[in-house]
Design a protein around this ligand. Sequence first.
Ligand code: ADP
Ligand code: ZN
Length: 527
Amino acid sequence: MTGFSMPTPLQILNSVFGFPAFRGQQAEVIEHVVAGGDALVLMPTGAGKSLCYQVPALCRDGVAVVVSPLIALMQNQVEALNQLGVRAAALNSARSLDEVRVIERRMRAGELDLVYVAPERLVLPGFLALLDECRIALFAIDEAHCVSQWGHDFRPEYLQLALLHERFPHVPRIALTATADGPTRRDIAERLNLGDGRHFVAGFDRPNIRYRIAAKNNAREQLLRFLAAEHGGPGAESGIVYCLSRAKVEETASWLAGKGYTALAYHAGLDQPVRAANQERFLREDGIVMVATIAFGMGIDKPDVRFVAHLDLPKSLEAYYQETGRAGRDGMPADAWMAYGLEDVAKLGQFIASSPSSDAQKRIERGKLNALLGLCETARCRRQVLLEYFGETGAGPCGNCDTCLEPVASFDGTELARKALSCVYRTGESFGAGHVIDVLLGKDNDKVQRFGHQNLSTFGIGTELPAEQWRSVLRQLVAAGLLAIDTEGHGAFKLTEACRPVLRGEARVDLRRDPLPARGKAKASAG
Ligand code: ADP
Ligand code: ZN
């Protein structure tokens, strides 16, 4: 400690950051860390996690070491801090050797308040030796869910961060994340050796975000209708459109551009300068639609993103929550809109099956995909389902999601389920939705002829529903675990153990009645 007394957290907040008061649990977290305690902080995106370590960094003697997984994110934070007059720097692969030397010298001399480093650099013996020569105020571990295999963004380099505690037992550590369900939270605490640290968990609800999930029929057209009807058409509002693949990002961006939108692309396959320029424009200008893979968004702090649209399923509920959470950070109304179909489920299932992960890991990922399907197919309030997943129970229906705004009727769908399941069975569990529905509807086409399926007992037993509604039934059967999608082959349906009681007539199946896409064009994107 220096001779004069350190300023208080509130003084720092006022004089350095220019904010009048702390928000939510910030004051509590900061007090705890300034006093030398370890902490795990779970706050939704936009809640103000950065100040939870930036203020203690300035209250405590020495340099705060901030572990952050993304270079772009570090740069943004460092620039913002420098503008406030805070002595901060980032050590990463973008630095030249000379720049690194200067930063290291400033660290040793106690001339830096914060230094941001990538996890892989932090654990290098040379860097740890440097830290031995410095006075360290605290360690902050940002995006801490990266340490957990339960999290949606596991990074093996994070595992080594446990050594911080062994090597610097007296330096407080604060781990921060926006997304962690119960198991992930415990996993983070365990892996980072945060044993006695306090957990600060803030509410996950983002009441200004309206959640909607539509059945996909022509996703791009659905998106266009949504943008035109609710976001003022081209140039009016900023938003993000997430797609699964780079190719689809490019296609969608140029398609939107052709419709008059200022649409930019962002994915890991683009050159760094292009990515940086697009990100910069999105942050600076109004009315830009960023079409992106999940490579875009971590740490993006743009308050007036009015919509986040998903043209493909995200990987999990955490990913969905984090991605949609980039909308409406200013607290004004914003939309989380998604179109999803069975092909998405098949595709993600295939990703999981063909990934090099262990079987245990694959089970976790399949479980996460199923939880996401549960959200997509629920007849309940979407927000309730989402919050319950994060351990927040007890909230009533929100009144600001599609199922609240246009309640979905459920009905006894046992007979329909049995027809669909028997048809999957009779066709040899070898076909996807298109063919199964053709057989249910009695379509006497080439493929049906080729397999002789016009002779099956299930041929034409489903004429009471149009194809679109059979798709809905099949999606719901998958979400309910009564049907599986074969991920080894080409997305054929397989029966599961769970469907036997239904086929035997011993179990009842409730289905949601999806709004018909044909019923009123403007409404087609709802439901
Ligand atoms: P997170 O990391 O949790 O997503 P940030 O730390 O980026 O959130 O903060 C989100 C925004 O809220 C930033 O623009 C930040 O300056 C602002 N903010 C945070 N805390 C306060 C506060 N106490 N008063 C006013 N603005 C705040
Ligand atoms: Zn609701």
